[in-house]
Design a protein around this ligand. Structure first.
Ligand code: ZN
Length: 331
C-alpha cells in the first residue's frame, strides 16, 4: 500500500494533537482531585519517590539489593491501593488521572516497528476522504444512487440491447472493480459523451477504494498537465508543491484521471499523459481514466503508444444514452 506522505504527516499531527489534548485533560483532572483530597497529591509524590529509589537500587552495585527491592515493591503496592481507594471514594474511575495511551498497540506513537498502526491508518483514511471530498461528492455519489431510469430502455436494432441494459453492465463492472480492488494494476477506461455519469461512477469507485484504506488521487487531465507545466516552466506556480503533486499522481494506489482530452492539445501535454499512463503501468499501479473521446478518437488525438496502452491494458467501458444533466432539467 502506497501511503501519501503529505496526508500521513497530517494524520501523524492529529495523533500527536489528540495525545496532547488527553494529557492536558488528565493533568487538569488530577489537580481537581488533589484539591478535593490533598492526601492524593501526597500519595502520588511518595509513589514517585518509591519508583526513584527502586531505580537507584537497580543501578547500585556491590550490595544485595533483592531484599530492599522487595520491601520497596510492597510499600509501593500499599501506596497504590490507598490511592485507588481514595480516587474511587471520590466517585471517579480508578485510572482516570493516569497517563495511559489511547492505543495499546502502539502506545500512541503511530507505528509498531516500521509498520503504521491501525490508529494512525484510521486518521489517514479520514484525511484522504476529506481531501477527495473537496473534489467529489463522496457522500451523495454511491453506486446505489446511480439511476438507471435516465437511460433509454428502447432496444438498439443493431445490437439488440438498450442503453439502460448496457449501462446496467457498466455499473456492475465499476462496482466489481471497486469492491475487489487489490492494488495490482487493473485499469478502466470510461468513454462516452458528456453527462452520462462517468464522473459520478469515478467518484463511487474513489469512495469505495479509499474506504478500504488504499491511497486514491483524483485529478482532471487539465490540472494534471498544469502541475507538470509548473515544474517544467518554473515561472508558473510553486514548482516544489507541483513536484509533490506529481509524486502523488505516480505513487498512489489508484489514480482517477478525469476528462482526458480536455487539456490543451500540444506536444507537451501528449508527452505528460504518456508519461503518467506508462509510468503507472510499469510500476503495476491502477488507473481509471474517463474521457469524452472514444478509443478511436484517442488514436488520432494522441500518439499510437497511448492508444495501444489503452487498448491493451485497460478495460474499456462505453457509456451510452442522452445527457443526464439535460434530462434532469427537463423533469
Ligand atoms: Zn496505535
Amino acid at each position: 500500500m502506497a501511503l501519501d506522505g503529505r496526508l500521513l504527516r497530517r494524520a501523524m499531527d492529529r495523533l500527536e494533537e489528540d495525545r496532547r489534548r488527553r494529557e492536558t485533560h488528565t493533568a487538569e483532572l488530577r489537580q481537581r482531585l488533589y484539591g478535593l483530597d490533598p492526601a492524593l497529591a501526597e500519595l502520588d509524590s511518595r509513589i514517585q519517590g518509591a519508583a526513584a529509589s527502586a531505580m537507584d537500587l537497580a543501578l547500585r552495585r556491590g550490595e544485595d539489593p533483592v531484599a530492599a527491592m522487595e520491601k520497596l515493591q510492597e510499600q509501593s503496592l500499599q501506596l497504590q491501593k490507598e490511592r485507588t481507594r481514595r480516587i474511587v471514594g471520590l466517585g471517579y474511575p480508578e485510572h482516570c488521572i493516569d497517563d495511559l495511551p489511547a492505543c495499546g498497540r502502539c502506545g500512541d506513537r503511530g507505528y509498531v516497528g516500521l509498520e503504521p498502526c491501525e490508529c494512525l491508518l484510521r486518521l489517514y483514511r479520514e484525511e484522504q476522504r476529506r481531501e477527495l471530498s473537496k473534489l467529489l461528492d463522496l457522500n451523495g455519489e454511491r453506486f446505489s444512487a446511480f439511476q438507471l431510469k435516465y437511460y433509454d430502455d428502447q432496444k438498439d436494432p443493431d445490437t439488440g440491447i438498450s442503453p439502460r441494459q448496457h449501462m446496467e453492465l457498466v455499473l456492475l463492472a465499476c462496482r466489481r472493480y471497486a469492491e475487489t480492488f487489490d492494488g495490482k494494476g487493473s485499469n478502466l477506461f470510461l468513454s462516452g459523451g458528456p453527462g452520462l455519469g462517468k464522473t459520478f461512477l469515478s467518484a463511487c469507485i474513489a469512495s469505495v477504494v479509499s474506504e478500504q484504506g488504499w491511497s486514491v488521487v483524483y485529478e482532471t487531465a487539465v490540472n494534471l498537465c498544469s502541475r507538470y507545466e509548473a515544474v517544467r516552466f518554473t515561472q508558473r506556480g510553486d514548482p516544489e508543491e507541483a513536484e509533490q503533486d506529481i509524486r502523488r499522481y505516480l505513487q498512489c494506489d489508484l489514480l482517477i484521471l478525469d476528462d482526458l482530452g480536455m487539456e490543451r492539445d500540444n506536444g507537451f501535454t501528449v508527452s505528460v499523459i504518456y508519461e503518467v499512463i506508462n509510468a503507472r503501468l510499469r510500476s503495476g499501479k491502477s488507473t481509471v481514466i474517463s474521457s469524452n473521446l472514444s478509443a478511436e478518437d484517442i488514436s488520432s488525438r494522441y500518439n499510437p503508444q497511448i492508444a495501444s496502452r489503452l487498448a491493451g491494458e485497460y478495460e474499456n467501458l462505453k457509456f451510452y444514452g442522452r445527457d443526464i444533466r439535460k434530462l434532469k432539467k427537463e423533469e
